[in-house]
Design a protein around this ligand. Sequence first.
Ligand code: URP
Ligand code: ZN
Ligand code: ZN
Length: 470
Amino acid sequence: MNTLIKNGNIIAEDKQFIGDIFIEDGIISEIGININKDADEIIDASNKIVVPGAIDAHTHLNIHMGDIVAKDDFYTGTVAAACGGTTTIVDHMGFGPKGCNLHHQLGVYHGYARNNSVIDYSFHGVIQHVDDNILNEMEEMVKEEGIASFKIYLTYDNKVSDEEALKVLIRLKELGAITTVHCENDGVINYLRNLFVKEGKTQPIYHALSRPEESEAEAVNRMISLATVAGDAPLYIVHVSCEKSMEHIVKAQQEGKNVMAETCPQYLFLDEDKYREKNLQGLKYIMSPPLRKKENQGLLWNNIVNKNIQVVATDHCPFDFNGDKQRGKDDFTKCPNGGPGIETRIPLMFSEGVMKGKINIRDFVDIVSTNPAKIFGLYPKKGVIREGSDADIVIIDKNKEFTLSKAMLHENVDYTPYEGIRLKGYPVLTMVRGKVIVVDNVFIGKKGYGEFIKRSTNRVISRNHNALDY
Ligand code: URP
Ligand code: ZN
Ligand code: ZN
């Protein structure tokens, strides 16, 4: 099967130009001007922007949290992802039964995704306790199973201690893999949550007030110190929400440390005032870290421009407002943490970032596609338009205007945090390995088409974060 994309404004790896892409059997075989080859399918991309398919490095599809399960599974969630221009996800495995080994959750997640995902996928390993067996098992996970990154949590029930975090950093560095971490100070959060509940302060705003910026920034700083003790182990900090955390990250990066940062659209577009909305609407935004004061938004954008933030991912973890989130109506601590966003990341970042001139198109491609591919061992198969790479391609119509609303989205959840936001520019075609799976916001792909990608540790992360080099 051959496909020819004609006359697009192509953001290829090393150049931007108006031209064509020829695709054979799912692989980009030629990039050029006026390619004259017979093709089974010709796609006219005139006046459109052609970018590598986006990679969402932080999702929680089908995650089981106690007795509650996230609303999107690997089918509905990846359909939504594809409609929003994402062609690969790296999902964070959820916690398994107490004491289970690493392969246990890997098996569970292969079961969730196989025959369901419509786009390509991988998983981050999850570490819920640390002992010699786990540290030994990591080798097979990394080298045989292709799980080149793991996540630890510094809060929640399965949090690790500092000593355990240090052991993980040292071991994963030995294996060439990367430690990702949810940074919040558990002691601060527990103290404030208990205090607020005792004082009857149970409205959604107390979710934010019980997780102050300092509790995140302290944990970020601590992890940077531990990674330094571990011999400059690679460290990727997920869902950074505020400038106080970024100050530690920027300093570490300026010192040449192997520290990378991810933020998410919710921290760039929404702020703490959402928790004060009437009729318990604030429950929709209960996620951790919480939404922050508005002034953080511009500062986070600056960190994207300055390349101190390498990745914008979603932390997609959807629960219905009617039903799931209502568990928190009398007490915010009972509300499941997380929100949707897998479908809206690319439209939001393109419209607000590129169309409003905050970032250029190259930076946009880097933060949503190329950098996550490079950091997480998917590059150059994914994350670039270059000959030999997978033909994961998204075509964006910069003249298409949309008002985001639950009704036009495919996420299997009863609200979007971005309701009513007016956008200019939207993905109009999504292709995965040469197969068109979305046209004009309509999914036309097949359940189970997505393939598991074994990720490599062949990663060279430049000390100079202005260029993630190979
Ligand atoms: O509130 C959130 N972010 N839920 C998902 C789990 C996590 O912490 O990433
Ligand atoms: Zn987290
Ligand atoms: Zn998460």
